[in-house]
Design a protein around this ligand. Structure first.
Ligand SMILES: [Zn+2]
Length: 248
């Protein structure tokens, strides 16, 4: 995507999130930074030797954008808001480039980007992305996984606008979980620590002891699924991860 589009989206996102003029400028600069200086990512070769590789702008690795979102979120939670906005800006750049289909072997690259640069951004699309966003790590991931490059310039720009608004809001809004989510987490954690974990241990020990008493080693097999029960309690693990988005 051309700078003009990156900057238009940054402006619209900053306005929708009501960022100060100073932070708006940070978001704008960060949104074009990867085209100015590139972005290098640390990788390890087969022997475990570290090396730096330039990050692709089209079809970038979703995990690297996710890592930028996490960096931004931690910065926000630590009160380093300028850093948070900077990291979000860079993540948005890659997300936006990823919405553009380049055709086989990049044959449509220049044509697609030129066509997009002539379009007007729909600010309402950015706003609907912001409004529809959830402050949630799973929502942020879902955004990144849902991005598909489009051949149609208008669709590509609309997707870039929608996902940019959604991702930025999911990272930069709400430092504390909503009361309902927090109370569900506290109740689930209590159930997990006081119910599921002790019950699974008790069942495993009972199976082990009965197998000894009955001299029937097959009974110990019951102990294994019992010990895995806490890992299968998915709601607990889901909420636990959501809480890390709030630094809890
Ligand atoms: Zn780029």
């Amino acid at each position: 995507m051309k700078w003009r589009n990156h900057l238009d989206i940054a402006d619209a996102v900053a306005d929708a999130l009501e960022l100060s003029p100073h932070r708006k400028e940070i978001l704008r600069q960060a949104s074009v930074e990867p085209d100015k200086h590139g972005e290098r990512v640390l990788h390890f070769d087969r022997r475990g030797e570290p090396y730096l590789r330039w990050m692709r702008h089209h079809h970038p690795e979703a995990e690297v954008i996710e890592a930028m979102a996490w960096k931004a979120r931690y910065a926000l939670l630590e009160g380093r808001e300028d850093d948070a906005v900077w990291c979000v800006g860079k993540a948005l750049h890659f997300l936006q480039d990823d919405c553009v289909s380049l055709g086989p072997l990049g044959t449509r690259h220049d044509r697609s980007e030129l066509a997009i640069s002539e379009l007007r951004l729909s600010r309402e699309t950015v706003v609907s992305g912001v409004r529809g966003a959830k402050v949630s790590v799973n929502f942020m991931r879902e955004c990144l996984r849902s991005i598909r490059p489009s051949r149609d310039p208008m669709t590509a720009l609309d997707r870039a606008a929608l996902f940019s608004g959604a991702l930025a809001a999911s990272v930069l809004r709400g430092r504390n979980p909503e009361r309902r989510l927090l109370s569900e987490w506290l109740a689930t954690r209590r159930r997990f620590l006081l119910g599921v974990v002790p019950a699974s241990f008790a069942l495993a020990i009972a199976a082990f002891v009965s197998s000894l008493l009955a001299n029937e080693p097959m009974i110990t097999l019951i102990a294994f699924p019992a010990l895995f029960a806490p890992f299968a309690y998915r709601r607990y693990w889901f909420l636990k991860e959501e809480m890390t988005w709030f630094g809890l």
